[in-house]
Design a protein. Structure first.
Length: 593
């Protein structure tokens, strides 16, 4: 969970045939990428896929299961609902889905409070439903990534119930229990990410337990080998069922300073009225790397290259690089929170951060995202209030044309917006209750997927879905946007198809162009083999901008590019570098050789 981004902290399908099927789709794509080229592209693609692990090329799509599709009319999304939408994901060109937790849970933190790591919560279905989803996903070449929550359990997990039962229980040491500093005083000043002290007094045994998140989410003690074994058994349980890897929740918080040093106090107060602190003694302790290596060895023992994705909001490139491991033996895809946290359309900021991660000392593969279930959606975060739909397309291009493995959040492809609750009594996410009105919680970015114009936007048949359908659903939904060639959805589809058909977009090197331009972020994805390279130019300002590009330093003589995808229309099938004007927030993706 991001330090800067979250409100509570600081306040595949081949291109050609498919494109031809979209009204207007072919207009923006050169003839080179149409029908005649398709079979060759597909062959090349197969051989490259054979060499690289799948996770370097797949586009990953995050599903918040409560909100994707409800199949049984109870107002909450479920596994059979996800299975019923696999064709949509396949048509979109998604290679893997990451599903946030579906384990049995009291749902205090909507599943991130796990009560059993080897089962499915009945709200979402059964293990049989899960196996069915796996089988159906496999038929469509879509992999399934589980969300693993290793840092903490629910206070209703049998492990914790045992642990709290007595000081001498065999599971006492599975959690972090300490005496208070003095009567009525917690052991130190550590704070919960969700407000107030991170220590909860338990009168049954007169000790405090540590919880980095909600009181109902006690932290596991990763210094205890039995805890490690139990969590690794849980990983094997899902790998044995065929999952393609894990997104590791809050993994930088697995260890705490055993000497309980107080965290440094910073100026000011947070949204909960607590003094700001630096989580120096509970975040990113070096011990996490041994665990990450153990987890990596575990997944590497399975066929099919399972992936580990880390949720760790590393503060800079040096820390992010460490997540790959000294011998590239830890996380394959560390989420890049630095890039997700730019939070403004700034060509210089993106250029700097893209450069840094592209050249990371571990030669690790970058992994980008802009939205998820913890932070306001990108449509509003990057939107200027006037050109939001155009900016949504620009953000799509930024995500889908770089070297990184892209991670999309459900609904970004249709321009879903953040719709926070208006009244405190409607809040579902407890942090919205604790922090109201400054902190309204995360409901706004978790509203139901907008499928069509029918009841509940096609999400459910319930009278009251668990979160209300945003008013924007009438205009922004899959059905309406599928028939509009200029919609955000059609734009995403074109880019996703291009990413699959263009070798340079998958394997090309990355080099920023015109490094001094304050408004246009332009880069070249250079094809390492023969064939066209891809030029991307994004105008991050509300004014038309003229760019002068010179690719000679990159070994290319080209002084023009053929349009592959552009929004709005730029040039007439091609652009000349001597007169290249990009409209406000315009996107140009073209081929050069
Ligand atoms: C992660 C999840 C977030 C959850 C927290 C505690 O940051 O993304 O939704 O509340 O961990 O598990």
């Amino acid at each position: 969970m991001s330090k800067k981004l979250t409100k509570f902290s600081s306040l595949a399908i081949t291109t050609a045939l498919w494109l031809a099927a979209i009204p207007g789709g072919a207009q923006q794509v050169s003839s080179r990428s149409q029908q005649t080229a398709a079979p060759k592209v597909a062959q090349r693609q197969t051989s490259q896929f054979a060499q690289d692990p799948w996770w370097k090329h797949a586009v990953i799509y995050e599903i918040y299961p409560r909100s994707f599709q409800d199949s049984n009319g109870d107002g909450v999304g479920d596994i059979n609902g996800i299975a019923s939408r696999l064709d949509y994901l396949h048509d979109l060109g998604i290679g893997a889905i990451w599903i946030t937790p579906m384990y049995p849970s009291p749902l205090v933190d909507f599943g991130y409070d796990v009560a059993d790591y080897a089962a499915i919560d009945p709200l979402y279905g059964t293990l049989e439903d899960f196996d069915h989803l796996m089988a159906e996903a496999k038929k469509r070449n879509i992999r399934v990534i589980m969300d693993l929550v290793p840092n903490h359990t629910s206070d209703q997990h049998p492990w914790f119930k045992e642990s709290r039962s007595s000081r001498t229980n065999s599971k006492r040491d599975w959690y972090i229990w300490r005496d208070g500093k003095a009567p009525g005083q917690p052991p130190n000043n550590w704070q919960s990410w969700f407000g107030h002290s991170a220590w909860q007094f338990d009168s049954a045994t007169n000790q405090y337990y540590y919880h980095h998140f909600y009181t109902e989410q006690p932290d596991l003690n990763w210094r205890n080998p039995e805890v490690r074994k139990a969590m690794y058994d849980a990983m094997r349980f899902w790998l044995d069922r065929g999952v393609a890897g894990f997104r590791l929740d809050a993994v930088s918080r697995l260890f705490e300073d055993p000497n309980l040093h107080d965290d440094p106090i910073l100026p000011g107060k947070n949204a909960y009225g607590d003094p700001n602190i630096a989580h120096k003694y509970t975040d990113n302790l070096p011990e996490i790397h041994e665990v990450l290596r153990e987890m990596r060895r575990l997944v590497d023992a399975y066929p099919g290259n399972p992936v580990l994705i880390s949720e760790a909001d590393e503060p800079n490139i040096a820390e992010l690089t460490k997540m790959y491991g000294r011998k590239n033996d830890e996380i394959q895809l560390p989420m890049d929170f630095q890039i997700a946290d730019v939070n403004k359309l700034s060509a210089p900021d993106f250029r700097k951060l893209f450069d840094e991660v592209d050249r990371n000392a571990a030669h690790g593969h970058p992994h980008f995202f802009f939205s998820n279930h913890d932070q306001p959606r990108q449509w509003d975060r990057y939107g200027d209030g006037v050109h939001n739909d155009q900016i949504a397309k620009l953000m799509a291009a930024l995500l889908l044309t770089t070297r990184a493995t892209p991670l999309m959040y459900y609904g970004e492809e249709i321009g879903m917006r953040t719709t926070p609750p208006v009244r405190k009594e409607d809040v579902q996410d407890p942090i919205g209750e604790i922090g109201w009105p400054e902190e309204k919680g995360r409901d706004g970015e978790r509203t139901p997927m907008q499928w069509d114009n029918t009841k509940d936007a096609g999400f459910s048949s319930a009278d009251h879905p668990w979160l209300p359908i945003p008013p924007s659903a009438a205009e922004y939904n899959v059905s309406v946007e599928s028939s509009d060639p200029h919609s955000i959805l059609s734009f995403y589809k074109r880019l996703l198809a291009l990413r699959r058909s263009e070798p340079a977009l998958r394997n090309g090197t990355y080099a920023a162009l015109d490094r001094d331009d304050a408004h246009v972020f332009a880069y070249l994805r250079k094809n390492p083999a023969k064939g066209d390279s891809i030029l991307v130019a994004l105008n991050m300002s509300a004014e038309p901008r003229t760019v002068k590009l010179d690719l000679s330093a990159l070994g290319l003589k080209a002084n023009s590019a053929k349009t592959l995808v552009a929004a709005p229309q730029i040039g007439n099938g091609s652009v000349s570098f001597t007169h290249f004007v990009i409209p406000p927030f315009g996107v140009f993706v073209g081929s050069v050789h």
